[in-house]
Design a protein around this ligand. Sequence first.
Ligand SMILES: [Ca+2]
Ligand SMILES: [Ca+2]
Length: 122
Amino acid sequence: MITPISSPQAESINPKACGHYVVWHRSVNGDDEVFIYDITTAQTLRITDSDNDDRYATVCGSNIAWECRADTTQIRLAERTVCMSKMSAGIDGNCQVDFNDFAAWAAQWMTCDLQPPDACWK
Ligand SMILES: [Ca+2]
Ligand SMILES: [Ca+2]
């Protein structure tokens, strides 16, 4: 079975797979960025977001390494974290119940979207 995992609208380069992850790079607004695909969840996550060219990523276990071309070429390392459970209070899905979740919750505090409106607060 062959599963397409990168966007067909952009040229994706240098795929590497290890365990449940595949990494590659592609150009985003003129800069190369590194992406990772989680085979278990079928989700793609952008790893880098810099003005430098981030290329030639490799992944093993929870570690992702890649080449970052700035004034000099450097090797960067990131640790892939895993969210162990879906947290009902984690509204933004970042696996941390934090102020962003509280702000999203508070922004809708005491609002009601029932129809008809007079059904609210009874
Ligand atoms: Ca970049
Ligand atoms: Ca959160």
